[in-house]
Write a protein that binds this ligand. Structure first.
Ligand SMILES: Nc1ncnc2c1ncn2[C@@H]1O[C@H](COP(=O)(O)OP(=O)(O)OP(=O)(O)O)[C@@H](O)[C@H]1O
Length: 879
């Protein structure tokens, strides 16, 4: 157990003697023993004992100590005003943070102020806007297991987005987690933690019991069996709701403990969407640009994001993460986009209006949690104000999708006018200091403000009056926070001070007075002001509760606006970058002049390429030198399918696409040095996954499979995989390879065909044309590309010599030779130059090295070990 968590040992020993404040701290640390308790003492959040040491070290703040009659305790304090950055540091270090606020006004109690945990901040349940990076969703997940069935629930506490799904396969659960990428997870008893890539903690087992879970799900979403498919799902959902309530620590939770803004759950079957596992999302660079290949930091989402509001951006993320597989739904989106592409003015108007839309999902969540201020309500109000115009703009649309959005655009008229009438125009962020309620909304408040105003006006006139009465021209009337109103007279005029003046304060060169009447007015002003402020707060809370009661309608509106924003965004991108509406077909992938949506933005002269695959031509072997464009081409086909199924138009002149159930990728291996898995091992694991799960409806991208091992093994594996994919799986497959021998398979298997990337030579240099053409490439040009990439000339020349020598030598060795069309490498003019090559002929040495290499088990060798071996072999040769 981490010593920084739970009740400090030092206090446990003398629990009965602790001062009342420390006793409170002790009790809270005992109760919230899985979180670091930050305990409010005035303007600071304090931690004590081991927790203080940990906080001080992590947050780099000074460790002090507190001494009282019971002893000395280490103490570290975080200033409340900028607690966020410190809390973030603690979360990053893997802690949950329980915030224990003072829940009583210290001025109003004698003795120790009551404190309570008002929220527990955890990575997956953040709602503090400052800590949430921008518009993106932040998810917490729960996994439960019942027999062989897994149930997964996912929730964004800041927006109320909730999902549930289930499967018999842990791999499917892992794929779904790959889509959502949660930042925290809780797991039920018996549920595995290995599919998670985030902070995972077991949580109170009781919350996972069927009985408790069923009850809780019922409270939020109605009868569980109407919504969820298995007990495992119910248990995951119930536990997740319990956890979300727990982290709210009672604040902003309804009377019955409910989080009122959570009232909609999307239950889906993983099979309702195109499956995109974490490997595919990463290698296609859908959300993050991780590899060095794609240019200038753009991911797919950046290339197609013209959304106007934060909700739209989140919705777009969701559509790209879960592309559809139902033809009708896909075509409904295309139809809407088509209509918006054609209606330029409407589209622009919609975009402009949507920019005025605030993040309703987060606003309503703040409203329900009792954390919204008057500015938030005004933001909600101004968003509702633009809804009628948005609704009008699509009122006459033909598209059924736009019509359905239209029907959900409810501007909540009563809430809109309530906010307009009740909330002041430019309110302060605080709620207790007045200025939040508009004049005219409440008679009592207006009277109080009038009393305050007329009192102040009387005071303002007083200076002039008293100057006249006393004849003292320099007399001043002023106010300060400590002494209130006063009349100030300089020492030179003290002899003219009237009798009814009573001394209030003596300054260096003057005296300050008050009169009984001034005092009376002052009391009136203060009391009216105080009562008005209290009244405002009371009214505000009433308004906020009325709005909270409509959270479900606000969420529906938010959802409609978000969908519209994505459709408008797709249409804007389509118009600006010349995308076309894909035709959804029963069979085949036919693309004319297709482009890579990201690379085309950064490559000045992007060369469009087509593709034609169908049942008779289902496996395309793509050859061509390094850098000729193979990877770009394969990804562009997958991205075209993904975009089309997300509902977007696609970057091509024409596209006819079948629906794909899953995209598999095995492209570019990255070393997993920390995990101790070799490149080859990763490659084979991913390959195994593909071969096991791909179906005839899948799209499979294989990039240089078999690269991490010897040429012979690599070729053998590549060939076997091609045959298996062709014969057994039947998936539409693109296979980029440097094994030219693989292109021979096209002659043997009917569904396999060759394409290559054209290159030409200009002044002895390779020129990449980036154009795909029928048939196989002639050779790989690897050595020339090394030259283009800046490898020193001597090395390139040496490589050219070795290559020529090897080609000759290998024929004698029985190692497979290149069998491209002409039977000789395109650099055949080099062969004569390297006739005197000496490297590969000292037989004994070569044999010894070969033997050692043969003994190496590549699958079990880490990159570091491989480097070591290489170094040893090199030194042997040198000796
Ligand atoms: N159709 C195209 N038009 C213009 N430029 C392109 C095109 N396709 C690719 N490129 C450019 O060529 C570069 C190399 O492309 P890519 O990585 O796809 O080549 P490759 O053949 O897969 O290389 P390797 O065999 O080394 O993996 C890319 O960075 C890209 O900028």
């Amino acid at each position: 157990m981490d010593a920084a968590l739970g009740a400090p040992e030092k206090m446990a020993g003398r629990a009965d003697e602790l001062t009342p404040m420390m006793a409170q701290y002790f009790e809270l640390t005992r109760q919230y023993d899985d979180a670091l308790v930050l305990f409010q003492v005035g303007d600071f959040y304090e931690a004590f004992c081991e927790a203080a040491e940990r906080v001080a070290r992590l947050c780099e703040i000074t460790l002090t100590k507190r001494e009282d009659s019971t002893g000395e305790y280490a103490m570290a304090g975080i200033p409340i005003d900028n607690a966020e950055s410190y809390v973030e540091t603690l979360l990053d270090a893997g802690y949950r943070v329980a915030i224990a606020d003072q829940v009583e006004d210290p001025d109003e109690v004698s003795g120790v102020v009551e404190r309570a945990v008002t929220r527990i901040i955890t990575p997956g349940t953040l709602t503090e806007d400052e800590l949430l990076g921008g518009a993106a969703n932040n998810y917490v997940a729960a996994l439960a297991c019942e027999g062989s069935r897994y149930g997964l629930a996912i929730l964004d506490v800041s927006t109320g987005d909730a999902y549930a799904t289930g499967s018999d396969s842990l791999a499917t659960v892992a794929d779904e987690l790959g889509r959502f990428d949660p930042s925290e997870a809780i797991v039920g008893p018996d549920a595995p933690t290995d599919p998670f890539d985030c902070m995972v903690t077991p949580y109170d087992e009781r919350a996972f019991t069927a009985e408790q879970a069923r009850e809780r799900v019922g409270e939020y979403f109605g009868p569980p069996e109407r919504l969820l498919a298995s007990d495992a799902e119910v248990r995951a959902c119930g536990a997740l709701l319990a956890y979300a309530e727990y982290t709210r620590g009672g604040a902003g939770v309804g009377e019955d403990g409910r989080l009122e803004y959570l009232n909609h759950l999307t239950r889906y079957d993983p099979r309702e969407y195109m499956v995109l596992d974490a490997v595919a999302l990463e290698s296609l660079e859908v959300f993050d640009r991780r590899s060095v290949r794609s240019s200038e930091g753009l991911a797919l989402i950046d290339a197609v994001d013209e959304t106007a509001c934060a909700m739209g951006r989140r919705e777009l993320t969701d559509w790209l993460r879960r592309p559809l597989i139902e033809r009708d739904r896909i075509e409904a989106r295309h139809e809407a986009v088509e209509e918006l592409v054609g209606a330029v003015r409407t589209r622009e108007r919609l975009h402009d209006r949507l920019r005025e839309v605030y993040d309703l999902e987060r606003l309503i969540s703040r409203v329900s949690r009792g954390r919204a201020n008057a500015r938030d309500l005004n933001s909600l109000g101004s968003t509702l104000d633009v809804v009628p115009e948005i609704r009008d703009a699509i009122a006459d649309s033909d598209s059924t999708k736009l019509q359905s959005v239209h029907d959900h655009l409810d501007d909540l008229p009563e809430i809109r006018s309530l906010i307009a009438e009740a909330i002041a125009d430019d309110p302060p962020p605080e709620l207790t200091e007045g200025g939040v309620i508009a004049p005219g909304y409440d008679g009592t408040l207006d009277e109080l403000r009038e009393t305050e105003r007329s009192g102040k006006a009387w005071v303002e006139d007083l200076e002039e009056q008293e100057r006249e009465r006393t004849g003292i021209d320099s007399l001043k009337v002023g106010h300060n926070a400590v002494h209130g109103y006063y009349i100030e007279v300089t020492d030179a005029n003290l002899d003219r001070v009237p009798e009814d003046y009573q001394r209030r304060q003596t300054l260096k060169n003057s005296e300050r007075y008050y009169t009984p009447e001034l005092k009376e007015r002052e009391d009136e002003i203060i009391s009216a002001e105080q009562r008005a402020d209290d009244r405002e707060y009371e009214l505000f809370v009433e308004v906020r509760e009325t709005v909270a009661a409509e959270s479900e309608r606000v969420q529906e509106l938010a959802d409609a606006l978000a969908q519209l924003d994505v459709l408008v965004s797709f249409a804007t991108v389509a118009a600006e970058f010349d995308y076309t509406r894909p035709e959804i077909a029963a069979e085949g992938i036919e693309i004319e002049a297709g482009r890579h949506p990201v690379v085309e933005r950064t490559e000045d002269a992007f060369v469009p390429n087509g593709a034609a695959l169908d049942r008779e031509h289902r496996v395309m072997i793509v050859t061509g030198p390094n850098m000729s464009g193979k990877s770009t081409y394969m990804r562009q086909i997958a991205l075209t399918a993904l975009l089309a199924q997300a509902g977007s138009f696609v970057p091509a002149e024409r596209a006819r696409l079948r629906i794909v159930d899953r995209v598999f990728t095995r492209v570019g291996a990255s070393d997993d040095i920390a995990g101790g898995r070799s490149t080859f091992m990763i490659e084979m694991t991913e390959l195994a996954e593909i071969l096991e799960h791909a179906t005839a409806d899948s799209l499979v991208l294989l990039d240089e499979v078999g690269r991490g091992t010897s040429t012979t093994d690599g070729l053998a594996i590549a060939r076997a995989v091609t045959e298996f994919v062709h014969d057994e799986v039947g998936a539409t497959t693109l296979f980029a390879t440097h094994h030219h021998e693989l292109t021979d398979v096209a002659d043997e298997l009917p569904g396999v065909f060759n394409r290559h990337f054209r290159t030409s030579r200009e002044d002895g240099e390779v020129v990449f044309e980036h154009e795909i053409a029928p048939g196989a490439a002639e050779a790989s040009y690897g050595v020339e590309v090394a030259g283009v990439a800046g490898v020193p000339e001597t090395v390139v020349q040496r490589a050219a010599d070795v290559l020529a020598g090897e080609t000759t030598a290998s024929a004698d060795d029985g190692v497979p030779t290149r069998t491209n069309g002409s039977g000789s490498a395109p650099g055949s003019d080099r062969e004569s130059k390297s006739a005197s090559n000496e490297t590969l002929d000292s037989a004994g040495e070569t044999d010894a090295i070969r033997d050692r290499l043969r003994e190496v088990s590549i699958a079990e060798t880490t990159p570091l070990e491989a480097l070591q071996l290489l170094a040893e072999l090199q030194s042997e040769i040198e000796e």
